[in-house]
Design a protein around this ligand. Structure first.
Ligand SMILES: Cc1cc2nc3c(=O)[nH]c(=O)nc-3n(C[C@H](O)[C@H](O)[C@H](O)COP(=O)(O)OP(=O)(O)OC[C@H]3O[C@@H](n4cnc5c(N)ncnc54)[C@H](O)[C@@H]3O)c2cc1C
Length: 208
């Protein structure tokens, strides 16, 4: 499904049994998994809980967040009534890319030959569940250096932000990624690196 995108999708992250972070926005399926602005933001806000849970977490995806679950069910039932003799794989009735629809129905236990009239209410419930809160397991994280920006770093309380000098070790200056600053992608990390680099450089050059 690489290249398939859905906008908006709603994502909910449950890590360590205590976190319920969520994001709504564009989701992109790549050759290695899920990406796109909603995924990157969720991964940024969830960085610490994901780390604490050793990257074992659950991701719930609502592929149709514009509709309440009941309306999704009504829509699916209407398609079943209208297109009883048609193959489910080819007549989807909801606004999702074809390849994604085929993947979702397979997860609900529907084969490419199954026709709408043939599916039981249990399978129909399963389909609605997959469409509105499909569960995906997160098991581990990407390889080192694949990440865009790293969460964590030198504690900001230990740094004088006028000069970027350490409050603990005089004469030691910090800038960029080494600080505990991580912005969403879009230029904020570059800006932080440039600004802190400028301040540190200026302070070091003028320090007697
Ligand atoms: C794929 C990718 C996409 C990104 N996209 C964005 C984006 O769209 N917007 C955004 O804002 N941010 C983005 N970032 C994040 C941004 O690039 C970093 O936050 C920023 O570059 C950090 O700057 P820095 O100077 O602190 O560190 P770096 O840019 O990592 O620079 C550190 C430098 O130190 C050198 N170095 C390391 N060890 C030593 C050593 N022992 N001796 C001498 N030199 C050493 C390294 O070779 C490197 O040149 C992206 C990052 C990645 C990886």
């Amino acid at each position: 499904m690489a290249g398939v995108s859905v906008n908006p999708a709603q994502l909910r992250l449950s890590a360590g049994g205590k976190s319920q972070l969520q994001q709504i926005g564009p989701l992109l399926i790549t050759h290695w998994g899920l990406s796109g602005p909603a995924v990157l933001k969720l991964s940024a806000w969830g960085a610490r809980v994901l780390h604490e849970s050793r990257y074992q977490a659950k991701l719930l995806i609502n592929w149709l967040p514009d509709l309440p679950q009941e309306q999704v069910r009504e829509k699916v039932l209407a398609v079943k009534d209208e297109w009883g003799k048609k193959a489910i794989a080819l007549h989807r009735g909801v606004d999702l890319p074809h390849r994604l629809w085929q993947y979702i129905i397979a997860r609900a236990g529907i084969t490419t030959e199954d026709r709408w009239a043939e599916i039981s209410s249990k399978t129909l419930n399963q389909l609605v569940q997959e469409l509105t809160q499909g569960q995906y397991l997160i098991n581990g994280k990407g390889a080192f250096k694949e990440e865009f920006v790293t969460c964590g770093g030198v504690n900001l309380k230990e740094v004088n932000f006028k000069t970027m000098e350490s409050r603990l070790v005089p004469g030691l200056y910090f800038a960029g990624e080494i600080l505990d600053i991580d912005g969403v992608t879009g230029g904020f990390n570059f800006q932080s690196a440039w600004t802190t680099g400028y301040l540190a450089g200026l302070a070091m050059a003028t320090n007697d």
